[in-house]
Design a protein around this ligand. Structure first.
Ligand code: ZN
Length: 176
């Protein structure tokens, strides 16, 4: 897929990032088949490891991810209607960033282990237990489908500092 034709990634404070996405139904099959590769192209071009449909202005509960390490072959994942079905009481802190808040990173505390399920493009059901990067990425992307951003997990002071810094940087360097 030509990355030049991939959809632009919305930046904070675009209000579309705050909307709750809707469940993908059978009627959306064609739209999902068209959108998923374009989202993957946008994610790879950014580059990033995860992208949720609201970040490209879509209201579908659709996520793409690729957690392959540098030098490894790509391992694209397309998750339809993903949900977190269980989360550990134990939490862990990990640095997160987001393609909708370019250049901004912060330590975020989340449940260490989660259980997640989703549908695949082929219509199969997947359910996994995840921790580490995969667990964090799943939680971060499902948050996007609910209009939640990683900065919402920070203290108001830290969040406001980060958002001010982002606004300043985006103003200084307008997108191409
Ligand atoms: Zn994000």
């Amino acid at each position: 897929m030509d990355a030049a034709r991939s959809p632009p990634i919305l930046h904070v404070p675009d209000p579309r990032l705050r909307l709750r996405a809707r469940l993908v139904t059978a009627a959306d099959a064609e739209a999902v088949r068209a959108l998923a590769p374009r989202m993957l192209a946008a994610m790879y071009a950014a580059p990033g490891i995860g992208l949720a449909a609201p970040q490209v202005g879509s209201d579908l509960r659709l996520v793409v991810m690729d957690l392959a390490r540098e030098g490894q072959p790509p391992a694209p994942m397309v998750l339809i209607n993903p949900e977190i079905t269980a989360a550990s009481r134990e939490t862990a802190i990990r640095e997160e960033g987001c393609l909708s808040l370019p250049g901004q990173y912060a330590d975020v505390e989340r449940p260490t282990r989660i259980r997640a399920r989703w549908d695949t493009l082929e219509g199969a059901k997947r359910e996994i237990e995840a921790e580490g990067l995969l667990g964090v990425c799943l939680q971060h992307e499902v948050d996007h489908l609910n209009g939640v951003l990683f900065v919402d997990h920070l203290s108001p002071l830290k969040r406001n500092m980060l958002l001010r810094k982002l606004a300043k940087e985006l103003k200084a360097k307008p997108r191409p």
